[in-house]
Each structure stands twice: as structure tokens, then as C-alpha cells.
Design a protein around this ligand. Sequence first.
Ligand code: ATP
Length: 275
Amino acid sequence: MIEFRTVAKRYLDGTTAVDNFSLTVPNGKTTVLVGSSGCGKTTLLRMVNRMVEPTSGSVLIDGEDIRSQPVVPLRRSIGYVMQNAGLLPHFTVAQNISTVLRLQKTGRKAAENRAHELMEVMGLDTALAQRYPHQLSGGQQQRVGVARGLAADPAILLMDEPFGAVDPIVRSELQKELIRLQSELGKTILFVTHDIDEAFLLGDQVAILSAGANLLQLGSPSQIIEAPASDFVASFIGAERGQRALSVKQTPTGPVLVDGQGRTQGRLVGADEAS
Ligand SMILES: Nc1ncnc2c1ncn2[C@@H]1O[C@H](COP(=O)(O)OP(=O)(O)OP(=O)(O)O)[C@@H](O)[C@H]1O
């Protein structure tokens, strides 16, 4: 469990990126931080592996203040998947995946075997192991980034817009892959995105933030869609428009649901029992 206890971050230039934010991230679930650009999501994520130190407040992992641990082992015990994969250009795929293992003094052969195993887990052909990042597609690079985050089998995985730089089809594949992985691995995932659809797809728990990491609503996707906390949240999640604004249309063969663009999304079943 990760706990943010009234954390704040003021950068040296005076920017208040995070203003008294509290949140509990339960073990074995995916928690998504979602909000518009600059609202403080990355700052919060980086507080967990101490790439950013809070100006005030504290972050706890399983009840222990993370400041009581030296930074290097803490960082190596937490998986971190960056936007654009963040791969080292002069390292092969296998070397990129096994970087943390090598730093932990895992033997060369064992690290290589683990890299191959993770490539298979991530749906990557192991024939790509000796390639360099620039010889991969964007989607393949992202898969390598996730494999690298998983290499040391961390209990916690931090993911910062990991699928932001790929096209919508590849993005959808990667999202499905993450859902499958998570159902098998049960990691404690803290995932950052500005895409509300991605947040609702992946999150067991979703935190909607505005500037200064102001927590507008926290809940499961169902709770948020069924009861948005404010007009702003309703508008942010597209409750009044787009795919989530469903209304009933009568047809000769029975009622169907249409979205905000007038497209039929499905058939309304059980309507007789409901009425
Ligand atoms: N090192 C820094 N120095 C000064 N201000 C910073 C620094 N890093 C971030 N900020 C500012 O802090 C605020 C929050 O930034 P942060 O990167 O956490 O937001 P974000 O929600 O992750 O944004 P995005 O979705 O665009 O990545 C922004 O106003 C940003 O400009």
C-alpha cells in the first residue's frame, strides 16, 4: 500500500505543483491519476521513488516512511515505466530490460534468461533481443519499457503515460495487454494519464485531479460515472456528451441505446423487468 499523507511540492521557481494531497493506493490494484496537463500527476508519481522529494508531508509504503530507506535500493525495488519508453539507445533490447538486474549483481546468463522470459510475457518475439531501440516500432519500444519495469519483479509499478506516444490501435493493444498482465501478476500499479477513457479502462480506482493535484473525485469508474462529484467532473468524463452520454431510442424491434453522437451502442435488455 502506498500512502500520500498531505504531500505538497513547491518547485524552486515558486510553482506549486502539488498542494496538500492525500491518497491511499491499495496493494494489488491499479490506481489511475487522471487530469489535464500540468496538474501535478508526474510530480506525485515521482514522489514514490524519490525522484521528487515533497516540500512537506510524507509518502509511506506498507506503513513505512520512504525517507527511512536509502534512495538507491528503494528505486530499484519499484518498477518505473516512462513515457516514450525511455530506453537507453546504445543498449540492446535485452540489455535495456536487464539493466536493473545487472545493477543488482544478477549474473549475465540469468539476467539474459529473465530478459527473454519477460519479452515472451510482453508478447515480444525473442528474436528482437539483440536489436537496438531505434530498430523497433513505437509499440514494441513501449512493450520493452514495461518489460524493463517488471524485470526485478517489483511489487509496485509506476507508469507515467506509458502508452501516450503510440497510435490508437497499438495503444488499445497495449492497454489490453496490461489488463491481462495485471490479472496474472496483481501488482500495485500507479498509472498516470490525461485520457479519461484509458483511466476508466485500466483503473480499479481513479483519482481525478485539477491544478495543484487537487483531488476532485476518487472512486471506481462505476462510482464516478454513476455519481460525478461536480459539474466539472461530469463534463471532464464526458457524461453529457460522447460515448458515455447514452439515451434510449425506441425501434420496431425494441429499445436500443444511442451515444451522444447518435450512434447505436447496444440493445437495452431487461427493460421489461425494470419498468
Ligand atoms: N522541475 C520543475 N521546476 C519547476 N516547475 C516544475 C518542475 N517540474 C514540473 N513543474 C511544474 O509543476 C506543475 C506540475 O507538473 P507535472 O509534470 O507534475 O504535471 P503533469 O500533470 O504530470 O503534466 P503532464 O500531463 O503535462 O505531464 C506544472 O505547472 C509544471 O510546469
